[in-house]
Ligand binder design. Structure first.
Ligand code: UD1
Ligand code: CA
Length: 504
C-alpha cells in the first residue's frame, strides 16, 4: 500500500451554516466545548463494473460534470478543500488529474477491496480529526445542507456512527437499515442494529424500504478502534463499511440513522440507466431554476443545459437546444431549435437561428447568427453583425454591423465595421505550414465567390469584384479585380453541332 500524500488536517474548518436545523440542536454544547475537527472522505476508488466502461465510474458525467465533481462541490461548500479527501484507486491518476482543480486531497487505495477497506486506507490521513463525514463519489445529488444536518444529528446524538437513510419506493440494490426497534408512533428510536446488503438480505429484509444512502459520519476514534474487526466473509469477499454498524453495536457503541425527506438526494449512478435518471433530474432542476429567473424554455425536457449556464431574463430557449460549459446569454435573446452552444458569451438581444454549432465564441448585442452557422473557437462577432447559413468562422473579429450571410469560410481574419462579405467568400488562411492573417478594413465590399489569399490586407472602403482571387494588398477605396477576362466565341456551338452532323 502506498503512503498517502494527503495533507495534515487544518483544524476546525466546518463553515458556519446559514440554515435552521430542525434536528436536535447542539448549540448549547458548542458554546463551551472546542469545535470538533471534521474531515470529509469521498469514496471514489471503485471501477464501476456495472457501467461496462473504460472510463472510471466517478468520471462519468451527469448534468455536464463528472459524478465526483458534484460530490466535491457539495463537500467544499461546507468544509475547506484542505479537509476534503477523495479516496481514489481504479485509474487513480486519471481521476486525480480530472479533479485537480478542486484543490482537495487524494488518498490512494491501490487495491479496491470494498468500502470498508477504502476507510482502512485513509487511517493515516484522518487520524488528526475527531469526526469524518463519508460520502460516495457516485451519488452526486447530495447537498451541503443535508450533509450539515447529518453532522449535527451525529454530534447531538453522541453517536459513533450515523448513517443517512432514505425511504425509497423501490429499494432494490441498496443496503437495508435494520433498526434496533421498530419505529414507534411517538418518539421513534434512531438506533440501528445493522445494515444488510441486498445480496445477503432475507426475503423479509428485502421488503424493508428504508435504505442506507452510503453517506455516514463516524467518530474517527471509534471507527479506527474497530475497523480491524470487519470481515470479508460475504458474496463479494469485500470489506463492507456498512458492516461497521453491526461491529460498533457489538462493541456497545451508539449507531444511529437520520432519515432524509429528500430521497432523490441519495440516488447513486451505478448503471447507465441510473446515470440517465440522475442526469434528467439535474437538467430539469437547472431548467426550473432558469425559468424561476425569468427565462422561457419551451419543452425543457428536450433541452440539455449544463449546471453553470447563465441566461438573463426574457430570453427564449426553443426545444432541442444544448447550452454547455460556461455559456452566458444576455437578456432578450432567442436561441432557436437544434443549436449546440458551448462556452460562449452572448450579448443582449441576439438571435441564434436553428442549427448553429458554436464554441468559445463571443457574440455582440443584437447580432443574428444562423441558420446553420459554425462558429469555432476565437470567433468574435460584433454588435448587430450577421453571420448566415453555412458560414464557418474561426479566430476572427467581425466588426459592428458587418455581414457574412452565405456559404463562407472566415479564418484568422480581422474584419472591420460595416463590411459586406459576399456569398462564397473564402479566406485562404493556411499555406500548408502556417496560418496567415487576412485584414479587411471598415466599409469594404467583398464580391461573391472571392478568395482572399492570406497574408493580405484590404484597405478601408475598397471594393473586391466578384470571383476575384486576391493575392496582393488592396489600397483604401480601390477596386480590385482578380479574375480572367471573359471570352465569347460567337456561333461556336452551332458550328460544332453541324460538324458532328456531317460526320454521321
Ligand atoms: C453501497 C453500500 C449500500 C448502499 C449504497 C448506496 C456498501 C457495501 N454498500 O453500495 O449499502 O445502499 O452504497 O449507494 O458500502 N469504493 C471505493 N473503494 C472500494 C469499493 C468502492 O472507493 O474498494 C467507492 C465506489 O467508487 C463508490 C462507493 O465507494 O463511489 C460505493 O461503492 P459501490 O460499489 O457503488 O457500492 P454500492 O453497491 O452502491
Ligand atoms: Ca453505488
Amino acid at each position: 500500500m502506498k503512503k498517502s500524500k494527503a495533507k495534515r488536517p487544518s483544524g476546525s474548518t466546518i463553515k458556519p451554516r446559514n440554515q435552521q436545523a430542525t434536528e436536535p440542536k447542539i448549540a448549547e454544547v458548542k458554546t463551551h466545548l472546542p469545535r470538533p475537527r471534521v474531515a470529509i472522505a469521498i469514496m471514489a476508488a471503485g471501477k464501476g463494473t456495472r457501467l461496462k466502461s473504460q472510463i472510471p465510474k466517478v468520471l462519468h458525467e451527469v448534468g455536464g460534470k463528472p459524478l465526483l465533481e458534484h460530490v466535491i462541490r457539495a463537500a467544499v461548500h461546507m468544509a475547506s478543500a484542505a479537509d476534503v479527501y477523495a479516496i481514489v484507486g481504479h485509474e487513480a491518476d486519471r481521476v486525480r488529474t480530472a479533479m485537480k482543480h478542486t484543490g482537495i486531497n487524494f488518498i490512494l487505495q491501490s487495491e479496491q477491496r470494498g468500502t470498508g477497506h477504502a476507510l482502512m486506507v485513509a487511517l493515516e490521513a484522518l487520524s488528526g480529526y475527531d469526526h469524518v463525514i463519508v460520502l460516495s463519489g457516485d451519488a452526486p445529488l447530495i447537498t451541503a445542507e443535508t450533509i450539515n444536518r447529518l453532522l449535527d444529528f451525529h454530534l447531538a446524538q453522541h453517536a459513533s456512527m450515523t448513517l443517512l437513510s432514505a425511504e425509497l419506493e423501490d429499494p432494490t440494490g441498496y443496503g437495508r437499515v435494520l433498526r434496533k426497534s421498530a419505529l414507534r408512533k411517538h418518539g421513534s428510536s434512531p438506533e440501528v442494529r445493522a445494515i444488510v446488503e441486498e445480496k445477503s438480505a432475507t426475503p423479509a429484509q428485502k421488503k424493508i424500504r428504508e435504505i442506507n444512502s452510503g453517506f455516514y459520519v463516524f467518530s474517527v476514534k471509534d471507527l479506527y478502534a474497530h475497523i480491524g474487526e470487519l470481515s470479508a466473509d460475504n458474496p463479494h469477499s469485500e470489506y463492507y463499511l456498512t458492516d461497521m454498524a453491526g461491529v460498533l453495536r457489538g462493541a456497545r457503541k451508539r449507531v444511529v440513522a437520520w432519515k432524509t425527506e429528500n430521497p432523490s438526494e441519495v440516488l447513486g449512478g451505478n448503471t447507465r440507466a441510473e446515470l440517465a435518471d440522475i442526469d434528467h433530474f439535474l437538467r430539469m432542476a437547472k431548467a426550473r431554476q432558469l425559468m424561476v429567473n425569468g427565462v422561457t424554455i419551451f419543452y425543457p425536457a428536450t433541452c440539455v443545459i449544463d449546471a453553470d449556464i447563465i441566461v438573463a431574463a426574457d430570453s427564449v430557449i426553443e426545444p432541442y437546444v444544448q447550452l454547455l460549459g460556461t455559456t452566458r446569454i444576455g437578456t432578450g435573446c432567442r436561441v432557436r431549435s437544434y443549436s449546440i452552444i458551448r462556452d460562449c458569451e452572448i450579448g443582449d438581444g441576439v438571435t441564434i437561428r436553428p442549427g448553429c454549432v458554436m464554441e468559445d465564441a463571443r457574440i455582440g448585442a443584437g447580432a443574428v447568427i444562423g441558420p446553420y452557422s459554425h462558429l469555432r473557437p476565437g470567433s468574435e462577432i460584433g454588435e448587430g453583425a450577421h453571420v448566415g447559413n453555412f458560414v464557418e468562422t474561426k479566430k476572427i473579429k467581425l466588426g459592428k454591423g458587418s455581414k457574412a450571410n452565405h456559404l463562407t469560410y472566415l479564418g484568422d481574419a480581422e474584419i472591420g465595421a460595416g463590411v459586406n462579405v459576399g456569398a462564397g467568400t473564402i479566406t485562404c488562411n493556411y499555406d500548408g505550414v502556417h496560418k496567415n492573417k487576412t485584414v479587411i478594413e471598415d466599409g469594404v465590399f467583398v464580391g461573391s465567390d472571392s478568395t482572399l489569399v492570406a497574408p493580405v490586407r484590404v484597405g478601408k472602403g475598397a471594393y473586391i469584384a466578384a470571383a476575384s482571387c486576391i493575392t496582393e494588398d488592396v489600397p483604401d477605396d480601390a477596386l480590385a479585380l482578380g479574375r480572367a477576362r471573359q471570352v465569347v466565341k460567337p456561333e461556336w456551338v452551332k458550328q460544332k453541332r453541324s460538324e458532328r452532323t456531317n460526320q454521321t
